[in-house]
Design a protein around this ligand. Structure first.
Ligand SMILES: [Zn+2]
Length: 94
């Protein structure tokens, strides 16, 4: 499945907003069905992470495609009012 980001992803991948700090890696928001949706959430997830973890300003935020078998909720889903498989723009909150 070719994507707006220019890459080709596995058709059944689950997309997350991710954060990396050296060897640590966390999934902040997701899963989303579409990479574009995950990309659209990056700014908001980054802002939420910076609220929760002030030192996270130095972390690297991005998106990641996980296998379809992985669909655990992102760590900040609740804070971001993300329901699983939510779309962009978010349906809840502002
Ligand atoms: Zn993509």
């Amino acid at each position: 499945m070719s994507c707006d980001c220019g890459e080709t992803h596995h058709p059944n991948a689950n997309y997350y907003v991710s954060v990396r700090d050296g060897p640590r890696f966390d999934l902040l928001a997701g899963p989303f069905d579409d990479h574009a949706i995950a990309l659209a959430w990056v700014d908001r997830a980054t802002a939420a992470a910076n609220d929760v973890w002030p030192w996270s300003h130095f972390y690297a935020f991005g998106t990641v495609a996980m296998q379809s078998t992985y669909d655990k909720p992102g760590k900040l889903n609740e804070r971001l009012a993300i329901a699983a498989r939510d779309q962009w723009p978010p349906t809840k909150g502002t």
